[in-house]
Write a protein that binds this ligand. Sequence first.
Ligand code: ZN
Length: 306
Amino acid sequence: MGDSMPICGAQVNGARGSGWMRSGGERERWSVGYTGPMPELPEVETIARGLDKRLAGDRIAEVWIGDKTNLLKSPAAEIARVLEGARIARFRRVGKHIVGDLESREGPAQWVIHLGMTGRCLVCEPGVELAKHTHLIATLGSGRELRFVDPRRFGKLAVRAGHGFAAPGAEPIAADRGEFVALFKGRKTPIKSALLNQRLLSGIGNIYADESLFRAGVRPRRRAAGLTRAELMRLYDGIQEVLAEAIAAGGSSINDYVDASGESGFFQLQHRVYQRTGEACLVCGAGIRRVVVAGRSSHYCPTCQR
Ligand code: ZN
């Protein structure tokens, strides 16, 4: 494969890890990253916004790729060829992917990043010590570096031609009410399963499904097709609210994120039902219940949700 070969004039793998520090350089580093459980839509949205804010308009001068190739979904040489010399038009979220729209030497192209479980994107000054498990370094025209770090390597890196990368399901934030209602027509599965089905809606995970069902007053095991239009409208509103709150919270906490609980994730979004089994409902005081739907823990209030 030749994947551990130097790529396009970049350093041989490993060469950058050995005591390589810039002397006297500032240690400015921030992480648009994540060290907790699987990133969900708000986390990915926040990270994509962070990258966009910092990197849009910059150019990728040089790329170094390590020898752990299982996270490369395009050949290493192709990733290097597309990225090197490309101008970054923008970063944005598509489903749970971070997508960089590029103007590459070969025309419009995209850099598609999936964080998997433990993937992080770091933007830093070149002298900052390399984190363990750094798999890709893009040296930018501005002198900074974008590094992809992923200890467990469930992340994915790919490049593709054009700007047309699309997630399989509807975009929960962009979908309108009509589109949303149509997704559940004739679906006999529990509404909770339908919300988690990435072919229907892209990027809704367990926390946000439970929280939006609570706001809608709908129990997780209800058949999707059995929900009234009014219930679906409340569910639509609930999803919009929960995601907007989580994104707003993430935007302010991203620089110093510490995953205190090891479980609840990235943001300070106050969970009303998620993982509050046995605790009092914040609205009515009833005990929150837990039920397993499609193999996933689901939490609901027996009084507020019908
Ligand atoms: Zn309640």
